[in-house]
Design a protein around this ligand. Structure first.
Ligand code: URA
Ligand code: SF4
Length: 191
C-alpha cells in the first residue's frame, strides 16, 4: 500500500516537474509505469515522440519490440516496471545531457528504492553508461553486474533491433536469459 502511494507521488511530481530545460519542450512528462512488486525494472534512455504525446513509456515501435521480447520470455508488461533515465523527451530525440540526467535522477533513485527489484535491466548505452559507467553494449550485452548491493543486467536498447534485424534474436535471447536468472534467484531465496 505504501509503495503504491509513493509511486503515485513520484508520478505526480514528474508530471509537473520543471527541474531541467526539457520541461520547456515536452508535451507530456513520462513517469515510469508498472507493478510496484515487480522483480525486474527496465530502464530506457528517454521518452520518444509517441511517449511524449501519450505520457507513457515504451509505447512506440521500440516498446513493441520490448513487449515481444517480454512475451517470448513468458513475462507481461504488467508484471514488470518500465521507466527511463530522463522522464521528458529531449528535442529531436537527442541523448539526454549530464545536467538533465542528474536533475532527473532523484525520481529514478526513488523508483528503485520503492520497488526494490531483484534485477535492474539496462536497455542500451545511455542507462548502461549513466548507472554503471559502462560502454560498448555490443561487447557487454548479456552480462549480470553487481554494484552497491544491486544486480544489473545489460542489453541492447530495443530500438537497436529495428535498425539491425540481426539483433532481434540477440535481444530476445538476452531477455530470456534475464528471466531464467530471475527464476533461479527466486527458487534459491527463502522469502
Ligand atoms: N525509447 C526509450 O528509451 N524510452 C522510451 O520510453 C521509448 C523509447
Ligand atoms: Fe523534470 Fe526529469 Fe523532466 Fe527534467 S527530464 S523536467 S528533471 S522530469
Amino acid at each position: 500500500m505504501k509503495a503504491t502511494l509513493s509511486l503515485k507521488i513520484i508520478q505526480e511530481k514528474v508530471k509537473t516537474c520543471k527541474k531541467c530545460d526539457l520541461c520547456g519542450t515536452r508535451t507530456n512528462a513520462v513517469p515510469g509505469i508498472g507493478n510496484q512488486n515487480a522483480d525486474i525494472i527496465f530502464i530506457g534512455e528517454a521518452p520518444g515522440k509517441n511517449e511524449d504525446l501519450y505520457g507513457e513509456p515504451f509505447i512506440g515501435t521500440a516498446g513493441k519490440r520490448l513487449d515481444d521480447a517480454l512475451k517470448n520470455a513468458g513475462l507481461t508488461r504488467n508484471s514488470v516496471y518500465i521507466t527511463n533515465i530522463v522522464k521528458c523527451r529531449p528535442p529531436k530525440n537527442r541523448i539526454p545531457n549530464d545536467v538533465e540526467k542528474s536533475m532527473c535522477n532523484e525520481y529514478l533513485k526513488d523508483e528503485i528504492a520503492i520497488i526494490n527489484p531483484k534485477i535492474i535491466c539496462l536497455l542500451g548505452n545511455t542507462p548502461y553508461y549513466s548507472i554503471l559507467g559502462g560502454k560498448e553494449i555490443s561487447k557487454n550485452h548479456g552480462k549480470f553486474i553487481s554494484k552497491d548491493n544491486r544486480m544489473y543486467f545489460v542489453t541492447f536498447h530495443p530500438a537497436a533491433t529495428i535498425y539491425n534485424q540481426k539483433l532481434v534474436n540477440v535481444f530476445k535471447n538476452d531477455i530470456s536469459k534475464l528471466v531464467k536468472k530471475l527464476q533461479k534467484l527466486k527458487t534459491n531465496s527463502v522469502d
